[in-house]
Design a binder for this molecule. Structure first.
Ligand code: SAH
Ligand code: SF4
Length: 344
């Protein structure tokens, strides 16, 4: 069976070509054609030697995940159900803003972290995605846009906020990030990519040493240890007071923040006291707080707080001069909002 072209970072493709006995300067052409020009099945790549063509196309496959289902909502959000070679499926979401899109990628089929409020977490972990399956979601979504919405077909931002805990699949997520930002590949700016984590410490320790300088988002959800552990069980093993000092070291450059996501749940973590403790925890950090009102899903036991409660929480955080936004819910009509994704 052929292996996938999309598993290789630029550097590892060069190594692969060396192993095949092919000129390594051809890596740039291959990357350019397959990523920049979005030309997935080129017959003629100018400048590519016949030897490279023969070697590459007889050894590597360029298959993308298959679209099983596409749902679009009135606000132009698009949700894909993609199917991989072994029949496993994940969801990927395109979120519109000003004629451009943010793509929300999945990193695993299911998730092992078992967070109490998360639809994906109810499934357990089936398996991690390979690099080519992560990059494949991006390319297949981009191809769909080019074909279906040719006037506004650009993906400008990438968030790893779909199914799975990205740092529990560190190697594949890291290589996917390298391909996304490679100047020979998709050329996205590193500050346009955000990886969201529940605070999985083994991955965070590797991030510090190995990850390109993309943005990090931490799912905080409560500043109070016991409450956070009820929501995110791995907080017991990797408590928040160990996670925050570590991730505060990541952002490089003056204008870089750590995004702290705070899921607001009615009468669980939405009180003024919760807001004050959150502000006290984050006041001297590089925090940018993103409040996410809880999105219900079939069988969930919690509710979204009232708009007044959300506003009050926002005011308190803001009064400490911490930048804070409320995430507007997009795509909830088609169960494509945060935490509503599930494989079928
Ligand atoms: N596993 C990673 C990334 C995927 S989840 C993480 O947990 O950070 C992306 C974001 O959606 C996280 O902040 C997560 O807490 C949030 N989320 C999960 N379930 C949700 C729900 N039901 N409503 C709103 N947000 C939810
Ligand atoms: Fe996994 Fe994130 Fe869902 Fe927790 S919130 S179960 S880490 S996907």
């Amino acid at each position: 069976m052929k292996s996938s072209f999309y598993q290789y970072s630029f550097e590892s493709l060069r190594q692969y070509l060396t192993d095949l006995g092919v000129r390594t300067d051809q890596a740039r052409l291959l990357f350019n054609w397959h990523y920049k020009k979005n030309n997935i099945t080129p017959c003629e790549i100018n400048g590519l030697s016949n030897q490279t063509k023969e070697m590459i196309y007889s050894n590597l496959s360029f298959d993308l995940p298959v679209i099983d289902q596409v749902q679009t909502s009135e606000d132009s959000t698009v949700k894909f159900l993609f199917s991989f070679q072994d029949g496993k499926k994940v969801e990927t979401v395109l979120i519109p803003f000003n004629q451009k899109y943010t793509v929300c990628l999945s990193s695993q089929v299911g998730c092992a972290m078992n967070c109490a409020f998360c639809f994906t977490g109810t499934q357990g972990l089936t398996r991690s995605l390979k690099t080519e399956e992560i990059i494949g979601q991006f390319l297949a979504a981009q191809t769909w846009l080019t074909q279906n919405r040719p006037d506004d077909d650009r993906i400008l931002n990438v968030v790893f906020m779909g199914q799975g805990e990205p740092l529990h699949n560190f190697d594949n997520v890291k290589t996917a990030v390298e391909i996304l930002i490679s100047q020979h590949g998709l050329s996205l700016a590193d500050h346009k990519i955000t990886v969201s984590t529940s605070g999985y410490m083994p991955g965070l320790l590797r991030w510090k040493e190995e990850m390109p300088s993309v943005n990090i988002a931490l799912s905080l959800h409560s500043p109070i240890d016991e409450k956070r552990s009820q929501l995110i069980p791995i907080n017991r093993k990797y408590p928040i007071n160990e996670v925050i000092p570590l991730i505060e070291q990541f952002p490089q450059g003056k204008k870089r923040f750590v995004t702290y996501e705070y899921l607001l749940i009615h009468e669980f973590n939405d009180s003024e006291e919760d807001a004050l403790q959150t502000a006290n925890l984050l006041v001297n950090t590089k925090a940018f707080v993103n409040l996410i009102p809880f999105n219900p899903f079939p069988g969930s036991k919690w509710q979204r707080p009232s708009d007044e409660k959300i506003k009050r929480f926002h005011e308190i955080i803001e009064s400490f001069r911490i930048p804070v936004t409320i995430r507007t819910t997009k795509g909830d009509q088609i169960l494509a909002a945060c935490g509503q994704l599930k494989s079928h």
